[in-house]
Design a binder for this molecule. Sequence first.
Ligand code: SF4
Length: 642
Amino acid sequence: MKLTLTEKLINSSLVEGNLERGTRIGIKPDQALMHDLNAMMTYLALEALDLDKIKIDLAVQYIDHNMIQADFKNDDDHRYIQDITSKLGITTARPGSGICHQLHLEHWGVPGKSLIGGDSHTVAAGGIGMLSIGVGGFDSAMVLAGETFYFTMPKIVKVELDGKLPPFVSAKNIILEVLRRIGVKGGIGKILEYTGSGVKTLNVAERSTITNMGQETGATTSVFPSDENTRKWLRAYGREKDYTPISADKDATYDEVIKINLSELEPLIALPHLPENVVPVSEVAGTKIDQVMIGSCTNTALNDVLSVANILDGNTVHKDVDAGLYPSTRTVIREAMARGAFDKIAASGFRLFEAVCGGCNGNGFAPKTDGVSLRTTPRNFYGRTGTKSAKVYLCSPEVAAASALTGVITDPRTLNVSPVEYELPEKFIDDYNIFIEPSSSPEDIVIRRGPNIKPVPEMKPMENILSGVTLLKLDNDVTTDHICPAGANFLPIRSNIPELSKYGFNVVDESFPERAKKSGGGFIVAGSNYGQGSSREQAAMVPRYLGVKAVIAKSFARLHLANMSNWGILPLTFVNEDDYNKISKDDVLSIDVSSLVEGKIYSLINETSNVTIKVSSPVSQDELEYVKAGGRINLVKEKISK
Ligand code: SF4
């Protein structure tokens, strides 16, 4: 049988099920990665479960998300993480060494292997030919504990790239084009597999820009083949031994096909507030801007930084623009310094930040009130930068650099600049000393924790009859940033659910936490794609802590759906989507869930209007058992204690 690349990758790790689309399958991943923000819950859960050693071949911890040390909280988290990873047998990068996905690609990514990461953009590793899937902190904990990772076998979409990108049209525009065509829901239940003659024109970092932001389509993951360019990449990082060629069989069958001619692409830009709002830059050229941020795991590999330096060389940032660059890793910093690129960028008036997520998740460099910010990040969700009134546009580094110079959104092809051809170095500067090996005497490690680090809250099993008020009636595409705010004020309290819960849904309705507590919890009603965006499970834990019993939506985003089940919130979907209109905010609802069975139709009663609505749960029987137990942690604890 002819196999796609995706099918080959899945087969390599498959331990349960088969390749039949839509069925539940289980894999044993080869690698895991975690970052400081989500890993706090990973390790707190592992402590609650008494795990003393990880049960996976390779796990790497990064410290890149919560880097502002305005007080003790973030640094206490970093110290706790360094202690516990050393004890559990996990390799850890020093704080600030680089953004997890790019560091992993540089130092640990291996074609043909599988990777589960506690972050939605783990899918970046698809650029090196890995099967890489993002999960929440609790699912990461389960992978570290050696448990099978389950997901629904997706459809496989062939994305055929032909031609070659024109000058000043870089890889970001390919994924923006995909988003323009299929939107933020178009990848749900699918894997995007890139093929075609255009693939060989892209290096691994460019491929990773595409797979990384493929997350914004809702896809389970995206993959590129491993080929001669992959070998060159591994060789440049001193890892040629890790190279394996892997690609789809000729004549493999796909569920869907998308064709993109790279030669015809032009600079694109996503308008506020969703990555799918993509138009040609020429349509909004001339729009005044206040801020430019070049950075994130999507877009600050060495080729991006050199391209930006070329545009900025000898020019000055516009007086009305505050421009800054976050390089993706320490290797990128050192290479850019060695080539004089940082000097050109700094001389133009750009600010140079450390190699971390930074402004991407609202941890620094927030825009001013009502500010227009041009960013190379993967997301422009409402409020994500920390400034609710900001308008964020997503674009390539070339568009961002050109616009920083002119003060308005600018197509870089209109500037009088010659393009540079990027050649991957034969050998990158060796930077392995950013990693710290786990302790050889883990029993001697005493784990230090600061006062802000609180244990995972106790969660009671679910009641047989759920009843309560409709606390919120929400629209489509509610993001995890809506549910649990991002920004430098909130990220440091991610390991303190009681404190964080005071801000649940604040972006939508500041009275939500108070009302939820007063009414003893209740329901949330939403449109389609509820929970899109990040893998952070606090977006499930906070509503759960406040007493939310079930979310009834037209549909859910994959990662958040898993997090809801893990933390004991019942996800329900309308059998008839129009019934969404039969519930209003403050309506009292009730539902008998004494028998939770996969695929079962339940009667949800709107007691205020006396209407019965048919709903069902989109999760598996196993996940329903997690919900019933009040959260998966309760079940695993029970299993371990037997
Ligand atoms: Fe960090 Fe932003 Fe990438 Fe998330 S999307 S890993 S916050 S750089």
